[in-house]
Design a protein around this ligand. Structure first.
Ligand code: ADP
Length: 440
């Protein structure tokens, strides 16, 4: 567009200049005209009108006519040419026109003037060759410039694109190298500029999350197999003891009973694992119904009272009307785990209280014991799968460490949470917080 614009402007400029020269020629012709001794018209400086004196392809022409249409005088610096028939009255006021004579192109202008008081019609012409030469030069120059600029722009654009995109290519190569085994690697886009750095950050966040889930999965598998191996080993050693000769019927019964106990433990563990993995895969649909949390808590307490009795604990349940929308089985499981923990880890001969409170928006079921409490550094981790505060204390009271993980999932699936308050040496309170069901 720039080239085309330049061409149009410069061409117009050259045409205007040509017409100025034409007017200048006309003025000079008028100046040069004079009457000879016999009253004939003649050129004052006849040398300026000698044919063939101008360069080839150049030159100008002049004709002097009477108004009646008789040619009085003509002159040229190139070869003599008849510029046409006698000029008409219209031609004498028309704008300069282009004229083709043989292989020459001329610009012709006709005007009426007077010499020595008599009217004459003067027709001047000038070769357009210079104009066409200039137009050609202009076209060539602009065309060449256009090609050069286009080439430069393409090369520059390519260079810029390659430079701008090379960090992206490097990132892609690096991202391709990051596999499940090398998830700790990160993309590096420092200094690559705003958007690319954001992209790298987004990818790095994704890698970090992937790494965390892979790590969790690895730990889970390792822990699960470990947990499964323990009861299996116990089963096996009890079995081997049973195989030894010389046992009484009572002793055999005892062996079978402890094998059954281990088998039970294994079953519970596998059940819990299955439930947890289905829960985390989102495959346990909640069958929501209107429930009263106090009623549910009372039911759990009634079912588990015998365990508290065995440990000489006083188990109480108090509450208010506390409506929730929930899945009976899932919430029962969660509460059961909390109360079971309170009994298992509570002080022998102590108190376990279940207390249900409700306000406008929330229902809270607090399970309080007066056991040893949980040290601050373990408070977040007790909800992790397979985490047990005291692994070496023996497996007597504890389970596999899945109870709180399941309880937390149950709370969150209901849009609630589990809060933990504990004081080392004084007791622990787990609080299951659920959204209160709104009426209507
Ligand atoms: P577990 O099957 O071992 O009870 P949980 O997930 O229910 O697994 O609990 C994880 C760990 O948290 C337990 O092993 C125990 O060390 C600790 N814990 C849970 N509840 C209590 C409590 N009421 N008092 C003290 N420690 C507790």
């Amino acid at each position: 567009m720039y080239a085309a614009g330049t061409y149009v402007v410069l061409r117009r400029h050259a045409q205007v200049e040509l017409e100025h020269r034409l007017e200048e020629d006309l003025r000079r012709a008028v100046r040069d005209l004079e009457l000879g001794p016999a009253g004939e018209a003649r050129w004052r400086h006849a040398d300026d009108y000698v044919g063939g004196s101008s360069a080839p392809g150049r030159g100008h022409w002049a004709e002097v006519w009477t108004p009646a249409g008789d040619l009085l005088l003509s002159g040229t610096t190139a070869e003599p040419l008849a510029l046409g028939p006698p000029p008409s009255a219209a031609e004498a006021v028309a704008a300069p026109a282009s004229l083709r004579l043989g292989d020459r192109r001329l610009r012709v202008m006709t005007r009426e003037r007077s010499i020595a008081g008599g009217p004459v019609v003067i027709r001047v012409a000038i070769s357009e060759a210079t104009l066409h030469d200039r137009e050609r030069e202009l076209l060539f120059g602009l065309g060449l410039g256009f090609v050069v600029v286009l080439g430069l722009a393409m090369a520059g654009g390519r260079l810029l694109a390659v430079r701008a995109l090379s960090p992206l290519a490097a990132m892609a190569t690096r991202a391709r190298r990051i596999s499940a085994e090398r998830l700790s690697e990160r993309l590096d886009a420092r200094g690559a500029g705003g958007e690319l750095e954001q992209l790298a950050d987004a990818f790095n966040d994704t890698f970090a999350r992937l790494e965390a889930s892979f790590e969790q999965l690895r730990r889970f598998t390792a822990d699960a197999s470990h947990e499964l191996r323990t009861p299996l080993t116990a089963l096996r050693s009890v079995g081997e003891v049973g195989l030894a000769p010389g046992h009484s019927a009572d002793q055999y019964r005892e062996v079978v009973a402890s094998m059954l106990e281990e088998a039970d433990r294994l079953t519970r563990l596998v059940d819990a694992l299955l439930q947890l993995s289905r829960a985390e895969a989102g495959r346990i649909p909640l069958a929501l119904e209107a429930l009263d949390a106090t009623e549910l808590a009372a039911w759990v307490v009634a079912q588990i009272a015998v365990l508290a009795e065995e440990r000489g604990q006083q188990l109480t349940c108090t509450g208010v009307v506390a409506p929730v929308q929930g899945d009976r089985v899932v919430l029962h499981m969660a509460l059961m785990n909390l109360v079971d923990n309170a009994i298992k880890y509570g002080r022998v001969g102590g108190r376990v209280e279940v207390q249900v409170e409700a306000d406008e928006s929330e229902v809270r079921v607090a399970v309080r014991d007066d056991g040893p409490g949980i040290a601050p550094e373990h408070r977040e981790r007790v909800f992790d799968r397979f985490f047990r505060v005291d692994r070496d204390r023996g497996r007597a009271p504890g389970g596999a460490g899945l109870g709180l993980a399941l309880a937390r999932w149950a709370a969150e699936a209901h849009g609630g949470r589990i809060e933990l308050q504990s004081e080392v040496g004084a007791g622990t309170t787990f609080r299951l917080v659920l959204p209160r069901a709104q009426r209507g």
